[in-house]
Ligand binder design. Sequence first.
Ligand code: SF4
Ligand code: SF4
Length: 366
Amino acid sequence: MATKERVIVLEARYDAELLSRRMREILDAFPLELEGKNVFVKPNLLGPWDGESGVVTHHLVVKALVDVLEEKGAGVQVGDNPGVRGYGRAGEVGKTTGVAEAVGDAWVNITRSPVRVPIKSRFIQETSISSQILDCDVLISVPKFKTHVGTIITGAIKNSFGFLVGGEKARMHAVAPLLRDFGELVVDIYQLRIPDLIIMDAVTAMQGNGPSCEDIRFLGKILAARNGIAMDTVMACMMGISPDKVPMLVMAHERGLGPANLEDIEVRGPMERIERFKKPSTVPRMTWTAPIQRLVFALVSRHALRVDPKRCTACRTCEKGCPADAIKVDEVPRFDASKCINCYCCYELCPEHAISLNPFIRFAQR
Ligand code: SF4
Ligand code: SF4
């Protein structure tokens, strides 16, 4: 008989000592070769919220993991590419979430190192992701236990959406606006680099219309697994959501990436269905919004960046930092939209804050 994928569920609180113990238990349960390895830790830092909001992975969870990994001889880096309220602002989001300060030198602004990679997908041929994701020896995903109006749940699989730099996420929403298509595309991205271990912050759980509604409740758990599909199946069942209603899980299971049925998973620890958990009110609006999303993306991708000539000193920092050679600075920068990969490095790098995102992106952010 084939071995079942294992998910462990541990009691936890946002308490540094307890979390440190939990991380050791997890690394004992799922051993990894860490000595001298380059480990990348990918929390869910959706945007400018702190850990108490329940929107992002709590900084104490990330810190406890990083400390234990470093003790075991790993070289650790931590980072994320934020979502729509933080496109191109990874540095600022690192501060707001408290993660950058908590992990010290391990923090890295991964938005600044995009690489263009091919992707097996029905929707796109290539995309821009942070190089650290591909270069690491070990990838540990640290998602948050949350609902999502677009994908129903946002856990292990969806955390990989943060591989994408800057405004690349907007393009994905536009090319696959329907719920099922978007779920499939998220699985395509997950497969670019499947995490070696997943540790989920479920000390608080977001219910209702996540991923940023701040309707949270105390759950007091940390979940861990090697397989993201098994992890998300367990999370969905705890939420009272049938895995066969989650397109990402259906697609990932069909591709043989993991089990999407609780009976095929070995769950160790206190796993139970959460009483009266609020589900997201998701599906119907996705169809009629598809053309609007396509239009917004077309406008965003073609005219994303603006320069304030009064602020610009023609220092060329943006030109030197552009990974796609899409900027030429004369008196002010000129952008070549045909080369631009939507990473927003220039926006983040400009020392004078002379580059801004256009009103369509601000509209999307609202
Ligand atoms: S980095 Fe900013 S100030 Fe320097 S050239 Fe570019 S837009 Fe102008
Ligand atoms: S112009 Fe260059 S740095 Fe700016 S978003 Fe486009 S590719 Fe990135």
